[in-house]
Ligand binder design. Sequence first.
Ligand SMILES: [Zn+2]
Ligand SMILES: [Zn+2]
Length: 351
Amino acid sequence: MRAYAITCFCEPVVPVDSADPQPTGTEVVVEVTRCGVCHTDLHLQDGYYDLGGGKRLSLVDRGIKPPVVMGHEVLGRLVAKGPDAPISDDQVGKTFLVYPWIGCGTCETCLRGDENLCAKPSSLGVFRPGGYADKCVVPHPKYLVDVTGIEPTLAATYACSGLTAYSALRKLDINKERDLLVLMGAGGVGLSGLQLAIAMGYRNIAVADIDPAKRDLAQSNGATYVFDPREPDSASKLLAQAGSVAAAVDFVGAKATADFAIASLRKGGTYIAVGLFGGEITLSMPPLVQRAITLRGSYVGNLAELKELIALVKLGKLKPLPVEAVAFDRVNDALQRLRAGKVQGRLVLAR
Ligand SMILES: [Zn+2]
Ligand SMILES: [Zn+2]
């Protein structure tokens, strides 16, 4: 089989050939037919996250060492199962979406169902080989999700961009009919967030993006109000035209987006950080208390949430995210296009 791996941080991925994996224990093997290309992959390629103030979070310090086979939005055909894998033979040959945010499986957090928050993560495409490959080993069939009836290129994107947006939106507690929800960023995850917010019943949604093409896309996808947060009077215009901000979900996660969103919140409002662009913010303590605002992070989502999301998609309530299929051997091209910020929706490797 062939995989595309980072063999050295900051370098393009390279093809690496090896023998086909033989599943042991409860493992299953999927033949990858789709794999989404995510912003996280750019951070993996760089080898660090920007903490702001000249500080970096090195991936080596997080236990991630090359070679790394990236790719965590994996869709594939089940082709082999280990002797202890609890899945019936008639499932072999079927196509599944793979839940990638796998934990140790034994700690309290994992047993509660929040494997994405496990202190010893084993995520596909990050800590263990992912879907930029012909085949991918999944430790247990419980991570396979039935996506029958969903267009496969689109289905792949639900494992990260869809799930991340869904889990963040689920954490909100505002009036869906009346309260103003602000979404910062209309890239792949942000656009997913907009479509999901609409499907989940939010009726008053403002979307911020610095790129006019992405603002247009947000508008045509149902945003009530779009704006450029860099415009000097954007906050006062937002308040005048759309109302006070009850909650903001930051799909960028940069200093500028966080500063804007937190400053815009009304008293009692909630800010949820999702994006990993990087940077740092400074907060004065008294206003945090006096405004009684909530600041919260949200990292991908758990397996139960992915299943809820897929059920929502199957109900036909969600407008499909724009996706573009790219051949697996064009993976470096796809990563470069994403880095340049020129992707509308999501790029998905396909065969
Ligand atoms: Zn991702
Ligand atoms: Zn765990």
